[in-house]
Design a protein around this ligand. Structure first.
Ligand code: KG4
Ligand code: ZN
Length: 348
């Protein structure tokens, strides 16, 4: 089976073509980050329009790559997969409508998928021999969740954030430090030159075994420390201390993520772990997770960085896993009911 996957839930227009062995035959990605940077965040209406403009060129580019790499043409595609939710409604509608139209035109089935299931599938792209059951730490700009994935793709959310996501904590704190949007990668780069113990930032909900997250206190603490720094030494002092702020922020976020992952893994007696989502690209977090996995004897998959952020390839990989495990079509799809979109779709 060859699957073409489409992702349009937020601000990346992505398409990926993946075969049954999780080899990427073709891919293309258009990121709108520069468009939204001037607003300091994603503007849903602007995002929807950009997806509309880019969806066809992106899908065409992925197909062209597949033709050059593997001699695959449109008629060789067996299934079209797309992100059904959660995400921004307008952007989701663009991807869903395009997928449905393509499916109709080709006479091929269309599979609507949970975006988070796509992030988890980035593991199979990095290690095709990796199979559920496993624990997933999903850390992105919109989500922070510990999810257990059963052998038959049963998803069980063990904990999630009560307020900001881990990526949001990077982005909002970065903004306070005058960094662009999204700030995660820049915070991480600056952190390399900073002192990890420069600021005493809070780690929330750290009673042993608590798998819920809360990151909004971090940004408030960063704001207070920044104000104090400016009050004593002016804007230049904050600029000079930026690396220290970033290093302290990064360690505060990673500490919480690693600790709660350890609690969940031990609690479940699980030995397989993946870390997925945009924040999984963070070098400090990757290094700490790698050390922890070695110490605990886990099999850890850290997706390649290019598959950590939103992309179409991961959606195609998620569809492959469903097909291979016989988890598709689901009951409502077998009846031919519309797969539509859902902004607030939870795990199913
Ligand atoms: O998965 P993603 O591309 O989009 C969502 O579904 O949200 O994640 C984007 C998030 C942003 O908050 C961004 O700042 C963060 O991932 N991010 C990072 C790094 N690269 C991206 N955070 C920390 N360190 C990084 N290297
Ligand atoms: Zn995402």
């Amino acid at each position: 089976m060859i699957v073409l996957g489409i992702e349009t839930s937020c601000d990346e227009t992505g398409c990926g073509i993946v075969d049954a062995g999780y080899a990427v035959l073709g891919e293309a990605l258009y990121t709108q980050a520069a468009t939204h940077a001037k607003f300091g965040g994603v503007v849903p209406e602007v995002a929807a329009r950009a997806h509309l403009e880019k969806i066809q060129p992106v899908v065409t580019a992925a197909l062209e790559a597949a033709r050059l790499n593997a001699g695959i043409s449109l008629t060789d595609i067996d299934v079209i997969a797309h992100t059904r939710g959660p995400g921004l409604l307008g952007p989701l509608l663009v991807g869903s409508s395009f997928a449905q139209g393509l499916g109709r035109a080709l006479g091929k089935p269309v599979m609507g998928l949970n975006h988070l299931e796509g992030h988890l599938a980035s593991a199979y792209l990095t290690d095709p021999t990796f199979e559920p059951p496993f624990l997933a730490l999903l850390v992105s700009g919109g989500h922070t969740e510990l999810v257990h994935v059963g052998a038959n793709l049963e998803f069980r959310v063990l904990g999630s954030t009560r307020d900001d996501a881990a990526g949001e904590a990077f982005d909002k704190s970065g903004k306070l430090l005058g960094l662009g949007y999204p700030a995660g990668a820049e915070v991480s780069q600056l952190a390399e030159q900073g002192r990890r113990d420069a600021l005493d930032l809070p780690r929330a909900l750290m009673e042993k075994g608590n798998l819920e997250f809360s990151f909004s206190g971090l940004k408030s603490a960063v704001a207070r420390a920044a104000q104090k720094c400016i009050a004593t030494g002016g804007e230049d002092a904050l600029l000079a201390a930026r690396a220290d702020f970033c290093a302290s922020l990064e360690i505060a976020i990673a500490d919480v993520l690693v600790k709660k992952t350890v609690w969940a893994m031990r609690d479940l007696d699980e030995t397989q772990l993946i870390v997925a989502g945009g924040v999984a690209a963070n070098s400090w977090l990757r290094a700490r997770m790698t050390e922890t996995a070695q110490r605990e004897g886990w099999r850890l998959v850290l997706p390649e960085r290019r598959f950590c952020g939103d992309n179409g390839v991961m959606m195609a990989a998620a569809a492959q896993k469903r097909i291979q495990l016989g988890k598709w079509p689901r009951a409502h799809e077998a009846t031919g009911a519309s797969m539509g979109v859902s902004a607030g779709l939870r795990w199913e």
